[in-house]
Design a protein. Structure first.
Length: 760
């Protein structure tokens, strides 16, 4: 019999408008799908939506998404559930309340609607113990992580009676439309990420108290050395709420069997109980393990784990993870006390919480932002070495580790199973990993800061490999060679990196060195080389597609703007931000953004509307907070596309490149009709008004005038056509003038020292 569930979600509902429920509704709206947001009453849901609109960081990717969320009341509007294809329950973590709500949902939901719970602790079997067989067939768990827009993990648990089509529909929607990394979990307490994450955090906190460490020492050891976010463990607890720790631990202790290793680390911590009683529950309250003391100039302070008093934060420097585990030092002992049990416990979860090691690694990478999953960390340590270490402290050796012997857990694109066999890593259809191309063969071209890889089908990938994918001479040199190679032997080229950032732009340290040495000829050569290289990219005989994710700033944005197309991950921070260091875009970015605005169909006629839009974006160093906002700022053209799931970005960009290659012709060079001095004067007046309001400094006005001169064509008039070369010449002239100013040097130095712009 065919499954009655709908594979396409045209309308959804979220029951529960708390922090999680409202966030899930916002992400569904970000996917362009209308969603009903329910709470006890419509008024409560309306208030929740109003709060959601003010959330920082923003829950909505663009203002239009908020309009797709409709507040509704459980007390009056449940009949509307009949119009929804997917209903997500996100109310309080009490199975009695959830069961009662499901009984009402079953009455009003359509027969093809899928229902899921966002529970993080309650087993699926308990949730549906009193439900009908028909309800159980279309029910599953879909556990999002907070905040739902930014945290990529969704854990899916299907019951023994859940319709496979229902599971497939939710998995596909969460993957393609919501942009989530979906991990299938077994119906076990805490599923994967919270079960292992809570074990790790409880172990880390208990060991810090037992060994007399400060919160800074513990967070330094539990952060960068193991690829864990710099919040470490105490900073993470402040972020999620210290008061949640006892609740989650109590649930796990109640649900896990008596032999589970969790019970050995789940010890009472009276100090934390006193903090919670005093209202010190983290960032949502007046402080936690850390606080900002505004009476002392926003000084960051940490709590003393002995006295309970706050004091200024102390800087702690530690070694890398492998070195730290072997150190006979205060932090070395602590690292072993935390990471050895955590990694040993992760190995015990294979076959219990998940079927394979990749699922557990993925859950920790996406749910806790670990750079490496636990099994990748074991491989870095060495399986034999790790087994020796845990034997030394009498931790249990999981069957997986016993079967591994001296072999790694991952090898040649495969993963080891508890039987000791390597099995292929599953790869969802429509995804492509650059790592696979790298394993398939050597780079086609390579130098210190870039490489070219074969993606198959005549498409090559140009990869930046410098720190933060910054751009320098080495990048430009290989870019030229890469274009020549693909023109001769391929069909298209994608610009992409597996790193979190697309490119942070020019290497500021390099630029600072030239400015300090007053080597203006070298700086002029750099500007010329960048302009020639990016125009070579723009007018290449083959199509080029920028696959953009994370930061695409300054020269990184200019690199993307010169490609024939852009495929942007939904979470893209894009901007021409050079004014924040006292200069202007000089690798063709001014002209490229202006040309985009001149071609915008809805913009008012005449030269100034496009000039003003471009001026506002560049002078204000505007950075998009999403790909949708990048489109609103003019960085994405109508034909450029947005990919919700980061894992699908490279495959989508390759597909776009092949589509362009079918009948590709390089673009025609633009012609600009610009107003000249009169237009620049108008922009100067705008900048002057900002200065009078205290929103622009003296150097801001100088930079703004240089930008205005470029965008209005310098000494020209509206009747004179200007070429792309004319605008490039203006960019060169103005950036070199600005680079000579001491205020610009001060801005560059301040940015490198503090990562914040200097207002001088």
């Amino acid at each position: 019999m065919d499954s009655p569930v709908k594979a396409e979600f045209r309308r959804c509902a979220v029951l529960g408008a708390g922090t999680m429920g409202a966030g899930i509704a916002a992400q569904i709206a970000n996917a362009g799908v209308p969603v009903l947001l329910y709470d006890i009453s419509r008024a409560v849901a309306e208030a929740a939506l109003a709060r959601l609109a003010r959330t920082e960081p923003p829950a909505f990717m663009e203002p239009a998404a908020q309009k797709l969320v409709t507040p509704r009341g459980i007390d009056s509007d449940l009949a509307e559930l009949g119009t929804c294809d997917w209903i997500v329950e996100a109310i309080v973590e009490k199975f009695e309340a959830k069961r009662a709500l499901y009984a009402s949902v079953a009455v009003h939901a359509g027969p093809a609607a899928i229902v899921s719970s966002n529970t993080s602790t309650i087993p699926l079997r308990d949730l549906v113990a009193t439900a009908t067989a028909a309800f159980r067939r279309r029910f599953l768990v879909s556990h999002f992580f907070n905040p739902p827009r930014y945290m990529r993990l969704v854990e899916i648990v299907a019951g023994p009676e859940t319709d496979a089509a229902a599971t497939a529909a939710v998995v596909d929607f969460a993957d393609r439309r919501l942009g989530k990394g979906v991990v299938m979990c077994k119906d076990r307490p805490g599923f994967i990420a919270n079960r292992l994450g809570c074990f790790w955090s409880q172990c880390a906190v208990a060991a810090a108290f037992a060994q007399g460490l400060t919160v800074e020492e513990a967070d330094a050891a539990m952060g960068q050395p193991f690829g864990i976010p710099k919040t470490g463990v105490f900073g993470l607890m402040d972020l999620v709420g210290i008061d949640l720790m006892p609740q989650v631990n109590a649930n796990l202790a109640r649900l896990l069997g008596p032999a589970d290793l969790f019970h050995q680390v789940n010890i009472a911590l009276p100090f934390i109980d006193r903090m919670i009683a005093a209202g010190l529950t983290g960032r949502k309250a007046k402080g936690g393990f850390y606080r900002i003391n505004r009476e002392h100039g926003k000084r960051k302070e940490a709590i003393d784990l002995t006295t309970g008093e706050y004091r200024p934060v102390r800087n702690v420097v530690v070694d890398n993870g492998k070195g730290l585990l072997s150190q006979d030092s205060r932090l070395g002992h602590y690292a072993r006390a935390v990471m050895l049990p955590t990694l040993a416990y992760a190995a015990l979860l294979v076959g219990d919480a998940a079927d394979d090691i990749q699922s557990i690694d993925e859950a920790m990478r996406l749910g806790y932002n670990w750079a490496l999953g636990p099994f990748e960390l074991i491989d870095r340590i060495g399986t034999a070495t790790f087994r020796t270490l845990i034997n030394g402290v009498e931790l249990p050796v999981a069957p997986l580790l016993a079967a591994a012997g001296d072999r790694p857990l991952y090898a040649d694109g495969k993963q080891l199973d508890p039987a000791g066999d390597y099995r292929p890593l599953p790869q969802p259809p429509g995804t492509l990993r650059l790592a696979e191309a790298k394993r398939a063969g050597a780079a086609l071209l390579r130098n210190a800061h870039a490489a070219l890889w074969d993606l198959g089908d005549g498409v090559c990938c140009f990869e930046l490999t410098s720190k933060m994918n910054t751009i320098d001479t080495a990048v430009f040199v290989l870019l030229g060679r890469a274009i020549e190679h693909v023109e001769a032997k391929g069909r298209a080229m994608v610009v992409y990196s597996d790193k979190p950032q697309f490119s942070a732009g020019v290497d500021l340290n390099w630029l600072l060195g030239l400015a300090r040495a007053s080597d203006w000829q070298a700086m002029e050569d750099l500007v010329n080389l960048g302009q020639r290289s990016f125009k070579r990219l723009k007018y290449a005989k083959i199509p080029t597609v920028a696959a953009v994710a994370g930061l695409a700033l300054g020269g990184g944005a200019e690199l993307a703007l010169h490609c024939a197309g852009i495929v942007a991950h939904a979470e893209t921070a894009m901007g021409l931000v050079e004014t924040s260091v006292g200069i202007i875009p000089a690798w063709g970015g001014c002209g490229e953004l202006l040309a985009r605005w001149q071609g915008a169909p809805r913009l008012a006629k005449g030269p100034m509307p496009a000039i003003v839009k471009t001026f506002e974006a560049i002078a204000g160093a505007r950075i998009s907070r999403s790909a949708a906002e990048a489109r609103a700022l003019g960085f994405l053209r109508p034909g450029d596309t947005i990919t919700m799931n980061r894992a699908r970005l490279l495959a989508d960009a390759k597909a776009r490149a092949l589509a362009l290659a079918a009948d590709y012709r390089p673009p025609a060079s633009p012609v600009y009709y610009l107003p000249g001095v009169s237009g620049a004067t108008a922009l100067d007046l705008t900048a002057g008004s900002e200065a009078k309001l205290g929103r622009a400094t003296a150097h801001d006005l100088i930079v703004a005038h240089a930008l205005a001169t470029i965008l209005t064509g310098g000494a020209t008039d509206i009747m004179k056509p200007l070429s792309e070369a004319d605008l490039l010449a203006l960019e060169r002239q103005q950036v070199l003038n600005l680079a000579r100013r001491p205020e610009t040097l001060a801005r560059i130095e301040h940015m490198l020292a503090t990562r914040k712009p200097l207002r001088n």
